[in-house]
Write a protein that binds this ligand. Sequence first.
Ligand code: BJW
Length: 241
Amino acid sequence: MNENDRRKIVILTGAGISKESGLDTFRDTDGIWSKHSLEDVATPQGFARNPVLVHQFYNDRRRSLIDNSVLPNAAHAALARLEAEWPGEVFLVTQNIDDLHERAGSHNLLHMHGELLKIRCSACRTVSAWAEDLSTDHVCANCGTGGKLRPHVVWFGEMPLDMERIYQALSECALFMSVGTSGNVYPAAGFVQQVRASGDAHTVELNLEPSMKASAFAQHVYGPATEVVPAYVEQILAGGW
Ligand code: BJW
């Protein structure tokens, strides 16, 4: 491992980082799963049973995301600043399907659970940008098949995206930061243990409250993301962790 690899930072983000931008988390008391059945809207079986309901769920969330009042917050901005100013690589792995990290200026990032502003054709697998409502009537612009377009998101029971690249980065990093995720959903919930098993990287959890995986982290910083993330980034850029 060379010196550059040792300075690699990997950041995992979850819904908590976008909460103060006005987007709901999943498992907080007022979260998405308090209003919708996970089995109905976030599984391939739910989509097969009732595609109209699933399209409605994602259409509503897409419209909220595009709403002018939803903007990146100070935590997204701080992670973009870290990527711009840190001398080594900063690799951001987000479970979020919103585009707030991109809008804040992050470039080296991957959406392991997909992207709300993209759709995919189940017939030809083409992924396309999409900012409108989607329905079962739409026809794939690539293969011409009707009724096979779906949100480009990862539902329960499906394989998250780019796992090989993620595991490689986890094995090489010097710092692993987890921000705004409850640690309920695998494989992301297991990343901290993966990091600890592959080396001596420092691990830190920044969240509103202890996550399900808190005990696996060496350091914990609790508070709203817009406060704790900029402060922690400042600390890293001032001399490390
Ligand atoms: C703040 C804050 C503020 C609030 N500031 N913080 C048994 C054991 C192990 C695994 C399994 C098992 N049974 C089944 C599984 C697998 C399953 C799974 O994990 N199930 C669990 C429920 C047990 N996982 C899968 O099926 C995944 N695929 C898979 O495993 O494939 C096989 C595989 C094998 C080996 C290697 C690799 C793969 C797919 C998971 C797909 C998840 N999809 C969703 C929905 C799709 C996208 C969408 O619609 O948006 O993704 S579910 C939902 O949960 C969404 C999120 O990305 C994901 C994680 O949620 P997140 O981000 O953690 O949000 P919350 O709400 O849970 O937490 C928010 C946190 O923020 C809280 O802690 C708050 O306190 C905090 N917070 N305000 C800072 N202001």
